[in-house]
Design a binder for this molecule. Structure first.
Ligand SMILES: [Zn+2]
Length: 139
């Protein structure tokens, strides 16, 4: 009863639960995606040189930014917002030998993934995966 540590722990736990229910995005930012009963990891993660990694379970695809042609507004393939050229980027994803997909995504990927939600990310993952292994001389 008088154990202050225990009380703090319980309080922290319930605050975390509340946060997860009310503000799932903030919860993800603070505590990460992985909880014991969570489905396989699914998300876009910024990596080096402006590239993004799409991770779904043990699958991984690399999104490489390329210069979009023309001057039109861009349409995000994940959250489906129309973005100006400074707010989105065109990415190239090599999914198999000599097979490439092009994906437009908002550059601030966090809020974009928040808008798209798990479903949007699933749809994107379905377009990209599975990636066929590419031999060393096929690149
Ligand atoms: Zn977006």
């Amino acid at each position: 009863m008088n154990d202050p540590h225990r009380k703090t722990r319980e309080q922290a736990h319930s605050v975390q639960d509340l946060l997860r229910e009310l503000f799932p995005e903030t919860h993800r930012e603070l505590f990460g995606e992985r909880t014991s009963d969570a489905p396989p990891t699914l998300g876009l993660y910024p990596v080096a040189d402006g590239r993004l990694a799409l991770v779904h379970g043990d699958q991984l695809a690399e999104f490489t930014p390329i210069e979009p042609k023309g001057r039109n507004a861009l349409h995000c393939d994940l959250c489906h917002y129309t973005r100006s050229r400074s707010e989105a980027a065109l990415y190239r994803v090599v999914v198999a030998a000599r097979r490439t997909r092009y994906v437009t995504l908002c550059t601030p990927t966090g809020p974009c993934q928040g808008r798209a939600g798990e479903r949007g990310l699933m749809a994107l993952a379905d377009r990209i995966f599975p990636i066929e292994p590419i031999g060393p001389d096929e690149r």
